[in-house]
Design a binder for this molecule. Structure first.
Ligand SMILES: C[S@@+](CC[C@H](N)C(=O)[O-])C[C@H]1O[C@@H](n2cnc3c(N)ncnc32)[C@H](O)[C@@H]1O
Length: 379
């Protein structure tokens, strides 16, 4: 990323995370550039800055490079964003001493004097983030929110006014805008978590605001539940667990098994943990991991079943590299004879990938839209 302004130059080499995949996709966008341009051209004074929803560290690296004395509080719900930001800081030889990392549920400090934020896709999550900011920001604090112009409409501006204070959007530049909000100092309560049930499986689900399938069962997950793995399993991983619905069902069918819930979203992992308790499962048998696929899964854990409804996008980019990473990690972690059980949209062609990786893949069920596939390690 290169920005040449009248009295400063900003130059950074940035990669997405993981780096090897999708080398053709960029690690920053024009909204990052516009936000930084506005900040660097402004007369704003600040010493404690919160950076929220930075995809792969463009904002964090730029602030660290340009204002090395400033304290940064970097909040993200995604492990991959945090790992990507750390990798980019290291690649640009930027010191991390002034950075404090926060997930999307940890309290922000009270003395922040500027907030830089990217608008997330999920507006319920955005409302939640704004209400969290309202809890700690003093009156007259500036919050700069950048996004593609097409994603900023009246209801987004109204939401910001409702949750935080007066707000107005800049002119467009490279099809992006920056909203400036000035806080009114009033504290707002966080919106409630969503709650729904699956009566046929007697499961109750609570979702924190940034969790997949906010109000109802995903249709892919429904297909996987219909064609659930059969056998005798004792160590099960729900990979990309979301609210944990697949792992909870596994706990009903295999009550003696240990179930490991893994997700890139901290809120997803927290929801799964919450739902484990809500549905009355044995606390000792549920294990919860905020991780990028199975990167950090303890080598002591030896799964004999991995169940997975993989994502097919990363942020706004449609990509199957996460699914592929999940399949690779499952193969690496499964015990000999262990099973990977996957649901996917028919047109995604997961069976080709699974056959290539495991040397076998059978269809265990299907409907008009989805296939449920199974591969066995070294079958
Ligand atoms: C299609 S959703 C499935 C959620 C849930 N299992 C269900 O069936 O309703 C995919 C999940 O994968 C998670 N995910 C995305 N990238 C990931 C990664 N690199 N590592 C772990 N989980 C990831 C997403 O946060 C999301 O919760």
């Amino acid at each position: 990323m290169h920005l040449a302004l009248s009295d400063r130059t900003l130059s950074l080499s940035l990669n997405r995370y993981p780096q090897f995949a999708n080398a053709n996709l960029q690690a920053w966008d024009a909204a990052d550039e516009y936000l930084l341009k506005q900040l660097l051209e402004s007369e704003l004074a600040f010493s404690k800055v919160a950076i929220i929803n930075d995809s792969f560290g463009a904002l964090t690296c730029a602030l660290t490079q340009q204002f090395p004395q400033t304290s940064l509080f970097v909040e993200t719900d995604n492990k991959t964003s945090q790992l990507g930001t750390i990798a980019n800081l290291e690649a640009n030889q930027l010191v991390q001493d002034n950075i404090e990392w926060l997930n999307s549920r940890e309290d922000l400090p009270e003395n922040i004097d500027l907030v830089l934020m990217k608008l997330p896709k999920n507006l319920n999550y955005f409302a939640h983030q704004l209400s969290r900011l309202s809890q700690v920001l003093k009156q007259e604090t500036k919050v700069l929110i950048a996004a593609k112009a097409k994603n900023i409409n009246k209801s987004v501006i109204e939401l910001i006014k409702q949750q935080l204070g007066e707000a107005s959007a800049s002119l467009a530049w490279k099809k992006c805008r920056v909203i400036t909000c000035v806080t009114d100092g009033t504290k707002r309560n966080a919106p409630n978590n969503t709650h729904w049930e699956i009566p046929e499986y007697q499961l109750q689900l609570n979702n924190f605001s940034n969790v997949f399938a906010a109000n109802k069962l995903d249709i892919g997950a429904r297909a996987l539940l219909q064609f659930f793995p059969k056998g005798d399993f004792s160590n099960i991983v729900d990979l990309g667990c979301g609210n944990g619905v697949l792992g909870l069902r596994a706990a009903q069918i295999f009550p003696n098994a240990n179930i490991h819930f893994v997700d890139d979203s901290e809120m997803a992992v927290a929801s799964a943990q919450n739902n484990w308790q809500l549905n009355g499962f044995d606390l000792a048998k549920g294990h919860f991991h905020w991780d990028d696929c199975l990167t950090n899964l303890d080598s002591e854990v030896k799964p004999d079943l991995v169940i997975c409804n993989p994502p097919f996008h990363q942020g706004e980019a449609i990509t199957d590299h996460i699914a592929w990473q999940m399949f690779l990690d499952a193969k690496r972690k499964l015990v000999q004879g262990g099973v990977l059980h996957v649901v996917g949209n028919r047109h995604l062609g997961y069976h080709i990938k699974l056959k290539r990786l495991f040397g076998n893949c059978k269809t265990v069920g299907s409907n008009g839209k989805f296939v449920v596939l199974q591969s066995v390690k070294d079958a």
